[in-house]
Design a binder for this molecule. Sequence first.
Ligand code: HEC
Length: 261
Amino acid sequence: MKLPTKTNMVCLFLTLFILGGSKIDPAYGADDSIKLEKQNWSFNGIFGTFDRGALRRGYQIYSEVCASCHSLEYLSYRNLEEIGFTAEEVKEIAAEYEVQDGPDDEGEMYLRPARHSDKFVSPYANEKAARAANNGAYPPDLSLMAKARKNGPDYIYGLLTRYRDEAPDGTDIADGMNYNEVYPGYQIAMVAPLEDETVEYADGTKATLQQHAKDITTFLTWTASPEMEERKSLGIKVILFLVVWTAMLIALKKKIWSRLD
Ligand code: HEC
């Protein structure tokens, strides 16, 4: 029996190409001269999923730290149910915020507690208010940040962990700016938002700066790609289907051609 070696090789290369696909990119930041440290994310690779504990802790960091300056405008409170919060928890979280609604019967707009279907409430009414509160700098919306920056997760992790108190000799830091090793231009208006024990975790995880950065980055990667797990599992099913389909075609081809042997 002759093996269809060419077909086998093509299949093998295709599979290796797909499996290796996520590793082709070397980790550079938004500025190509800045090398990022690659982290071992739970969501890397074609079988990767979001670490549920990290997502929960990441939401805690967002709400206790980042939410005072950054919005998450593409997210609704009910989306939190997708990462393991119960409907009751989501209701309680939403109720801590107020949204404008109306008009009522008198034509007046009014404030009411947010519901699970409301979008995350932004910290500022508009960009001008945000700039006014931050020395003229604008804290961007974080919903899609993990996708908007090159090597998003490694970049955000680096941004949060690589602040330096002292700029290298010869670097002038402008007033109100902070030295950061991965931010393009090295000077960022955001003060380092995290350090060891910035938040206390309910699940007993040790609250180091690195752990905080890992958790909030995992959460922000989910907000940018909430469909990722579904997409990957569909991809795996499609590949499996194609493998079985190819095997069937090879068998069929052999059967048909065997009459000519
Ligand atoms: C006190 C306000 C404040 C807090 C709290 C804060 N930030 Fe920021 N952040 C800013 C400002 C202002 C900028 C814009 C910086 C600039 O333009 O120099 C910024 C920018 C960013 C950027 C964009 C960097 C880029 O490449 O453009 C990211 C990502 C970010 N913040 C993440 C976070 C995370 C995550 C947290 C919570 C752990 C957080 N920030 C907490 C004010 C804040």
